[in-house]
Design a protein around this ligand. Structure first.
Ligand SMILES: Nc1ncnc2c1ncn2[C@@H]1O[C@H](COP(=O)(O)OP(=O)(O)OP(=O)(O)O)[C@@H](O)[C@H]1O
Ligand SMILES: [Mg+2]
Length: 385
């Protein structure tokens, strides 16, 4: 079984969209896929998948029932979907406080997930760096981290990975060991872990606790998270991935692979309101094709690693993502042209859209001028006081 957790530092970056559509994409070739809503406290995967959930009654409901009933397995709560081979495990709207899982409950969920009989298991996680989320993410060494090109989102992706690295170190080193103590003392310092760079920390560990140092290095070298950059508007947006990669390398000693890009696509809103995943609603759309491409890369990287081949070096994965960003951008324009030619979009619609954009632009220009005037006035007043 391949476990594929989908995480992010910042919320609303497209984890659920990716999890649902990737799960469907992976069912091609007769593979079995289990899709689990682990965004405890914020479950909404069923909406993106188009599943209507009826809660209540005696039937085991979602992942929370595993917490309340130790005899249940995943097979008891899995729901077949309209997609062949895809089983869905809902989150739990019903159980208050599920977001704050106790350690024992979390361990039981992890155990049940690991026991499941399926080719792929996709975990849709909540945003942020709670220990629960980190531990679900670390069920495998190659989880997906989703970000958008905005600075807040990439910084949060970096912070998520930094937290994951610290969680690994914390799990590896016994508390009482010299290494464990070093980590603990950093945690208690005022600047805390904020200014701590992993390569430097490892150097110090090599001096103070060589045994734990080599265990940490071994564990960290296995940690190979993969990046998905979503909601691109422009090919230039894909450059933001390079910066994130450099920060991870420099400060975390981590080589982040690039699994692919996805453009923002207005069709997604329509798909959502039609209660259909985009890969079902418009499989030919640029966004759906990007999801299929990510699924293909996952499958081929898995074939390579099981054959004993090295996976594509990180450099190549970034070059490929840059090319994808350029070709998808062109495909988006072609798509509008196609819509025009086939009559799905009339010239009238297009003119209307351009007009609306002109109006919005003018509005923004006016607001801009107003702000400028205010600023100049404030500065002048500042100087005279
Ligand atoms: N590529 C895209 N194009 C257009 N809309 C998108 C795209 N990706 C995501 N969205 C939209 O952005 C919103 C947030 O996406 P989604 O719910 O998947 O994010 P999330 O990371 O799971 O959020 P949360 O952290 O709240 O769980 C949704 O309305 C979704 O339809
Ligand atoms: Mg979500």
């Amino acid at each position: 079984m391949r476990i594929i957790p989908v995480a992010s530092g910042k919320g609303g970056v497209g984890k659920t969209l990716l999890a649902a559509n990737l799960a469907i994409a992976l069912t091609r070739n007769q593979r079995s896929v289990t899709l689990v809503d682990l965004d405890l406290g914020g479950s909404n995967l069923h909406l993106v998948l188009g599943e209507s959930l009826v809660w209540g009654g005696d039937a085991p409901s979602g992942i929370g029932s595993i917490v309340s009933d130790s005899s249940l397995t995943l097979a008891d709560i899995g729901r077949p979907t309209e997609y062949d081979g895809l089983t869905f495990i809902p989150g739990d709207g019903e159980i208050p406080g599920l977001a704050n899982l106790q350690a024992g409950a979390k361990r039981r969920i992890i155990r049940r997930l690991q026991e499941a009989d399926t080719d792929y298991m996709i975990l849709d996680l909540g945003a942020g760096t709670s220990f629960n989320t980190l531990d679900f993410f670390l069920m495998t060494s190659q989880g997906l981290i989703v970000t958008t090109p905005t600075p807040t989102s990439t910084v949060n992706a970096y912070l998520f990975l930094k937290n994951a690295v610290f969680r690994i170190l914390q799990n590896v080193m016994p508390r009482k060991s010299a290494g464990g103590q070093l980590l603990e003392s950093l945690r208690n310092e005022r600047a805390g872990l904020k200014g701590t760079y992993i390569p430097r920390l490892l150097d110090e560990l090599a001096r103070t606790d060589p045994e734990q140092h080599s265990r940490c290095v071994a564990q960290l070298s296995r940690f190979q998270p993969r990046l998905v950059m979503n909601m691109l508007e422009d090919p230039k947006d894909s450059e933001k991935a390079g910066k994130l990669r450099r920060s991870c390398r420099q400060y975390l000693g981590l080589e982040l692979d690039h699994l692919g890009i996805m453009y923002r696509d207005d069709l997604q809103d329509v798909a959502l309101s039609s209660r259909l995943p985009i890969v079902r609603y418009k499989p030919q759309s640029v966004l759906s094709q990007a999801v299929f491409r990510i699924a293909d890369k996952l499958i081929s990287s898995e074939a390579e690693s099981s054959d004993g081949f090295e996976t594509a070096p990180a450099d190549e994965s970034y070059q490929e993502a840059t090319l994808e960003a350029e070709s998808d951008f062109a495909a988006r324009t072609d798509y509008v042209e196609d819509l025009l030619h086939t009559g799905a979009l009339s010239t009238g619609d297009l003119i209307e859209t351009v007009k609306m954009q002109q109006i919005e632009l003018n509005q923004m220009r006016k607001e801009n001028n107003l702000l400028k005037t205010k600023l100049v006035r404030a500065l002048k007043q500042g100087y005279t006081v």
